[in-house]
Design a binder for this molecule. Sequence first.
Ligand code: 13P
Length: 258
Amino acid sequence: MRKMLVAGNWKMHGSRVVAHALVHEIARSVRERTEAGALACEEVVLCPPFTHLAELAAQFSGSGLAFGAQDVSEHVASGAYTGEISGAMLGDVGAAWVIVGHSERRQYHHESDELVARKFAAALQAGLTPIVCVGETKEEHEAGRTEKVIARQLGAVIEHNGIEAFRTAVIAYEPVWAIGTGLTATPDKAQKIHAFIRSQLGKKDANISLLTRVLYGGSVKPANAAELFAQPDVDGGLIGGAALLATDFLDICAAARR
Ligand code: 13P
């Protein structure tokens, strides 16, 4: 049985003080709700900006929360790569997870499928668990190209890393038109695409396709989380805006149950 996972992607938000207060509140609620038997989600991961990672991971070690980064360099060895952060550096400050191929990186930083595949490899090499994002734009959605786009994005990662990498790696389906817009894929639509993602893995290895966790992201809120997470191929969520509000985030985590 796959464990339910909820990850919060803070994107570029929050000062040190705000970040600390938010994680403090999330950690306190996780503890209370776990003690009360009210938290079904097995894993909760927070992905703050790079600048807050070391401090938060140190301050909240043992809290039951795990930490991840929002991106990683494709370069594994130290070197002259101004502005880049390696997987080893992330691991060194306490990150265990990393998001790769988020649509905002693909869109604003022109990350190609091949670069995303190399970042995924760099994450694995550093012992981090990658959460690789796939998803179609509004235009692709309206043109009926969703499955084609996802097959291409996922195919590049599988080709470069091999199917075995998905024994640990996580996939997040984030339709670009649903991110930060208040629009969500309907639970049926999300289930259909998640099943499609699993079928793509299944072409290479049936067993791995059943093990890999596939998260849904895009305007997940407390009001819609339970219905999305109830779908058989939805194994949790990658949460943006609602991860910046402790109560909303915890209510979403509480909805992640089998
Ligand atoms: P929202 O939840 O704000 O739509 O963002 C989703 C997302 O991009 C998470 O990575």
